[in-house]
Design a protein around this ligand. Structure first.
Ligand code: 5RP
Length: 231
């Protein structure tokens, strides 16, 4: 599969930031999976950490690999979260949610002392927006919410947003771990991500959106033979 080696090298580089005794936010997706696997190897070699998964998918993976987990309600500090991204710009602004886990991912990232993004080079962009922006909404009133999301994106400077409800099995709306729907908002370009984030956040029915602004401080981009770290 494309970019597998780059993803794995980014994930391996992130292991260098992990220290004994840490509580770790464990991201979701194919790149974060490499991190959880690398972490499991370190744990087998004696590293003592515990994880807080950002999705049921990651919970199952971590459990299957013997990574100790702690219920999020019992955590008072998360030292480090390592997660992937759908897009990252040169200010470490992100689009996330391609794996429909953006709500838990953002709660955990926001509660962490440090969020590290691990990604292959295809995720680096000059301007966010080519990847459709995921917005998690309550099922109740989601068509009304979708219109408000459209208006907010227009107001923020997106010229022609197009909004689709993400489909799951049987062409029914996909339901997230939190019991919500995802609106995928094709924007092409999001000229002012911080403003768009501000406008989306105040819409009733929007549970969370996939713009991660000011959350990631370190970005690790994997390559064929290593990784580059941006801080
Ligand atoms: C899940 C996410 C993922 O981090 C994002 O979709 C990147 O996934 P991958 O590493 O598989 O490309 O935000 O909600």
């Amino acid at each position: 599969m494309a970019f597998e080696r780059e993803k794995e090298n980014a994930a391996t580089a992130a292991i260098e930031f992990v220290e004994d005794g840490m509580t770790l936010g464990l991201g979701t997706g194919s790149t974060a999976k490499f991190f959880v696997e690398a972490l499991a190897d370190e744990i087998a070699d004696g590293l003592v950490v515990r994880g807080v998964p950002t999705s049921e998918e990651t919970r199952r993976l971590a459990e299957s690999l013997g990574v100790p987990l702690v219920p999020v309600e019992q955590v008072d500090r998360i030292h480090l979260t390592v997660d992937g991204a759908d897009e990252v710009d040169d200010q470490a602004q992100l689009i996330k949610g391609g794996g429909a886990a953006l709500l838990r991912e953002k709660i955990i990232a926001n509660a962490s002392d440090l969020m590290i993004v691990i990604a292959d080079p295809s995720k680096q962009v000059e301007v966010l927006g080519s990847f459709p922006l995921p917005v998690e909404v309550t099922p109740f009133g989601f068509t009304i919410t979708a219109k408000k999301v459209y208006d907010a994106l227009k107001t923020s400077g997106v010229s022609r947003p197009r909004i689709d409800v993400r489909r799951g099995s049987g062409d029914k709306p996909l339901v997230t771990d939190g019991g919500n729907y995802i609106l995928d908002c094709a924007c092409s370009v999001i000229p002012d991500p911080a403003y768009a984030a501000e406008l989306l956040s105040v819409i009733p029915g929007v549970v969370e959106h996939g713009l991660f602004i000011g959350l990631a401080r370190t970005v690790i981009i994997g390559s064929d033979d290593g990784a580059s770290i941006f801080e």
